[in-house]
Design a protein around this ligand. Structure first.
Ligand SMILES: NC(=O)c1ccc[n+]([C@@H]2O[C@H](COP(=O)([O-])OP(=O)(O)OC[C@H]3O[C@@H](n4cnc5c(N)ncnc54)[C@H](O)[C@@H]3O)[C@@H](O)[C@H]2O)c1
Length: 253
């Protein structure tokens, strides 16, 4: 863990009320980071903080709506006040739970707009709110959570696939724009991972990954944590603009 250089780093994880976000928050805290656990679901964020503290880690809960510029700015202020700045941002919040599969001709326009507002605009809003703190710190790392669906072109989910493709594209633009400030931006693209949200989305979810990848098992949230820690860490100090698919070898890019 010490090689990661994450001890006492100031880390913000969005969408950390449960699922992958909670696993990321717990993973950073276990690596010695000080973590802000942010979500629209404030009670869930508080639960994550309780779990981190019970394990001996340091964390603070905060409410945020990543689609709202003022809410993102308030969260940046909170990071400044509670942690004295910010070193790492994990853009994990997204509309994923409850998304219905529909052919592209049938997707409801309001749902399309909502997915884009959270999954695309939310990443932009959150990132631009906190990069001034990273610039002040003289360095920073951003890890954006996309999805392996971008590479499989998962059918009947065009809004979600497009939104996560945009996350990869935005990350490349961010890497270019923030390189001069010593801020890196990378993507983790998880394959299907067992979380409360995903269990509701696919029939026979538990067995979904067993036959599809090179590694014959399903993923759980903990399988994603090492990659997020690595991309945020000193070990990835010369890695930026990249996308790492973590799906047990189902897709190769
Ligand atoms: N579970 C999977 O199979 C899988 C696969 C690939 C990618 N992902 C991605 O991983 C991330 C986490 O997925 P998960 O399975 O834990 O799902 P999840 O639904 O549990 O996590 C998303 C979180 O984002 C929060 N959120 C939604 N809108 C928000 C807003 N406007 N502002 C702030 N927070 C908001 C939700 O409250 C929720 O806690 C998402 O980006 C998802 O797209 C998941």
């Amino acid at each position: 863990m010490s090689q990661l250089g994450l001890k006492d780093k100031r880390v913000l994880v969005t969408g950390a009320a449960g699922g992958l976000g909670r696993a990321f928050a717990e993973g950073f805290a276990a690596a010695g980071a000080r973590v802000i656990v942010a979500d629209l679901n404030e009670l869930g964020a508080q639960e994550t903080v309780r779990a981190i503290k019970a394990a001996g880690g340091q964390a603070h809960a905060a409410k945020v709506d990543v689609t709202n510029a003022q809410s993102c700015a308030a969260l940046a202020d909170f990071a400044q006040k509670t942690l004295g700045g910010l070193d790492v941002l994990i853009n994990n919040a997204a509309i994923y739970a409850g998304l219905e599969r529909k052919t592209f001709t049938d997707i409801d326009e309001a749902v399309w707009d909502k997915v884009m507002a959270v999954n695309v605009k939310g990443v932009w809003q959150m990132t631009r709110a906190v990069t001034p703190l990273m610039k002040t710190a003289g360095a920073g790392a951003i890890v954006n959570v996309a999805s392996a669906t971008v590479f499989s072109g998962s059918p009947q989910w065009m809004h979600y696939v497009a939104s996560k493709g945009a996350v990869i594209a935005m990350t490349r633009a961010l890497a270019r724009e923030l390189g001069d400030d010593n801020i890196r931006a990378n993507v983790i693209a998880p394959g299907f991972t067992l979380t409360e949200a995903s269990l509701d989305l696919i029939a026979d979810a538990e067995n979904y990954g067993v036959t599809r990848g090179a590694l014959k098992r399903s993923a759980d949230a903990k399988d994603m944590v090492g990659t997020a820690l690595y991309l945020a860490s000193d070990l990835a100090g010369f890695v930026t603009g990249q996308t790492l698919i973590v799906d047990g070898g189902r897709q190769f890019n």
